[in-house]
Design a protein around this ligand. Structure first.
Ligand SMILES: CC(C)(COP(=O)(O)OP(=O)(O)OC[C@H]1O[C@@H](n2cnc3c(N)ncnc32)[C@H](O)[C@@H]1OP(=O)(O)O)[C@@H](O)C(=O)NCCC(=O)NCCS
Length: 174
């Protein structure tokens, strides 16, 4: 059964395999914290604690707000990650939004992207987020479809600077 769960050592093997897949596309968001991958592998329990502490505001990068990280799993398999930021900063309001997500490359195009945002919304609601800002690059068709599937109402497209795609901003009433 596909579930959105808090990070746990139970998923160590599958998570580390997924990180290797993300590495091929130079995507490190899946780690949630800045920790070298060999250290993550060596001390997975410490890693998991660090990620879970983000929701308590412990170990945040300067200027970041507390965020709760969830993993989309099926049995012991890691499928993807969602990060729910508890409130918006100026930057999040413009670019990042409340919820970020990614699906491991070998599990894409199976509906898990839609699933991950769908399951993240009630978690956000529990955090008191009733109007959820979700954003994506204008070039990210898959993400746009996911946001619209989950009820996202387009607000505007913001510049991210020269040579970069515009950021599309959507609000979901939660
Ligand atoms: C974006 C991402 C989460 C999509 O995950 P996914 O599991 O493939 O998504 P789904 O299977 O639920 O697909 C959602 C829709 O997008 C479509 N889609 C998926 N990948 C696509 C692609 N590469 N190009 C165009 N459409 C795509 C699907 O066909 C589906 O369309 P439908 O609604 O018409 O059926 C995944 O590609 C990813 O993790 N990318 C890297 C990180 C990222 O971009 N995160 C989002 C940040 S805003």
């Amino acid at each position: 059964m596909v579930r959105l769960v808090l990070p746990s050592t139970k998923y160590r093997k599958s998570f580390l395999e997924a990180v290797k897949e993300f590495k091929k596309e130079n995507n490190w968001y899946v780690l949630s914290v800045n920790m070298p991958i060999d250290e993550v592998a060596k001390n997975f329990l410490a890693y998991v604690r660090r990620v879970r502490n983000l929701s308590k505001g412990i170990g945040l990068v300067k200027g970041y707000v507390p965020e709760t990280v969830y993993w989309l799993t099926d049995g012991k398999k890691f499928i993807g990650r969602a990060s729910i930021r508890h409130r918006l900063t100026k930057h999040l309001r413009l670019i990042g939004g409340h919820i970020g997500y990614e699906v491991r490359p070998t599990e894409r195009k199976k509906g898990y992207g839609k699933k991950i945002l769908e399951l993240a919304l009630p978690k956000a609601r529990k955090l008191g987020i009733k109007k959820v800002l979700v954003t994506c690059d204008e070039t990210n068709t898959a993400s746009r479809k996911i946001i619209e599937y989950c009820g996202g109402v387009f607000e505007d497209a913001r510049s991210q600077g020269k040579g970069k795609p515009k950021k599309l901003r959507f609000w979901i009433t939660n």
